[in-house]
Design a protein around this ligand. Structure first.
Ligand code: SAM
Ligand code: SF4
Length: 326
């Protein structure tokens, strides 16, 4: 069991397969020119399997693959299948563009639930956000996964002045389609030019939806980051991930492994533990994992506060989201 000094048991690992992405979402990538990590410095497929196996032996029950875009990695299928041999719930967050190549692999790996990022239902705005003209590919793949009976969650980063007026359209989508929308408050990371006035909060999201619908709060899952809701009679659900206005650190069970093999005990942690170098040297990984979790702060990596309006993003020491793995 991996436990921190606050008694929180950590049994969920998010593994970034790569910091490469075929999109350029403004909230995720640094503005300036960005050099992707050379492949020799990334965890190789067998190294990912070894490290994941160590975490599973220590009690990890769920692994999410992320990135960058995990499905641009050439050996993504091989990695997915090798991790599926572990006794864990395996899942994936993707921008959706390459899912049509992976349906049989996901099925073979027993992956039943996939998170797809999509911040707008407007093809033109999609290009503004991602800098890529691939809206239809993503929509077609959402459809493909639903037809193949996957549980599909749609991650929507809500940014004031950009897409908050589409919240109603996303919620309306849940009427006849079993999609599960997750509105995410915009978070600060290196180079993403975050400012507090761009955060459209959980409360504002609910207020806006309540102008059009009545909805019920659903029970929270253990360790849930999302507060879930459903409109009676709708096939899908919606949820809010309120990291900025109402953080949920008290029940956190998450650890992260970046694509270059550094362990982070929190999305917002300054410090990292270099597991890949240790693995390559043949060192024992277990004490390093325990030490990293032992240093976990009570909330928000010890860097952010729930009064997000007062945050000064230039003083936060972290990576860009694309290099952490969301
Ligand atoms: N490329 C994949 C994707 O887009 O789903 C996986 C990696 S992406 C970093 C993981 C998630 O992080 C996405 O849902 C994305 O919307 C979210 N994300 C990235 N930057 C964010 C930010 N600044 N605030 C909130 N969510 C963010
Ligand atoms: Fe790529 Fe996902 Fe980041 Fe967009 S959010 S740039 S798709 S990693």
């Amino acid at each position: 069991m991996i436990q921190d000094t606050f008694g929180r048991v950590h049994d969920y690992l998010r593994i970034s397969l790569t910091d490469v992405c075929n999109f350029r979402c403004f909230y995720c990538m640094p503005e300036e020119e960005y050099d992707f990590t050379p492949s020799s410095r990334l965890m190789q497929a067998d190294e990912i399997r070894s490290l994941a196996g160590i975490f599973v032996d220590l009690g990890v029950k769920k692994i999410r693959l992320t990135g960058g875009e995990p499905l641009v990695r050439k050996d993504a299928g091989k990695i997915i299948l090798s991790l599926s041999e572990l006794p864990v719930l395996l899942t994936l967050t993707t921008n959706g563009t390459r899912l049509h190549h992976f349906v049989p692999v996901l099925q073979q790996a027993g992956i039943r639930s996939v998170n797809i990022s999509l911040d707008t239902l407007n093809a033109k705005k999609f290009v503004d956000i991602t800098r890529r003209d691939q809206f239809m590919e993503v929509m077609d793949n959402v459809d493909l996964l639903i037809r193949n009976n996957f549980h599909v969650k749609i991650n929507v980063v809500v940014t004031r002045g950009l897409n908050e007026l589409e919240i109603k359209d996303f919620v309306e989508w849940t009427r006849n389609v079993p999609v599960h929308i997750r509105f995410i408050e915009f978070m600060p990371f290196n180079g993403n030019r975050w400012s507090s006035d761009q955060v459209f909060t959980w409360q504002e999201i609910l207020d806006l939806i309540s102008q059009h619908y009545q909805f019920d709060r659903l029970d929270d899952e253990l360790h849930a980051t999302a507060k879930k809701y459903q409109i009676p009679g709708h096939q899908g659900t919606f949820a809010v991930i309120s990291t900025m206005s109402a953080p949920f650190c008290g029940t956190c069970n998450r650890m992260r492994l970046t694509a270059d093999g550094k362990m982070k005990n929190c999305l917002f942690s300054k410090n990292e533990m270099d597991l890949l170098t240790a693995l390559r040297k043949g060192d024992d990984i277990v004490p390093l994992v325990r030490e990293c979790v032992g240093r976990k702060e009570a909330a928000l990596g010890g860097q952010l506060t729930p009064q997000y309006q007062k945050l000064q993003p230039d003083f936060i020491r972290n990576r860009s989201m694309i290099t952490i793995g969301g």
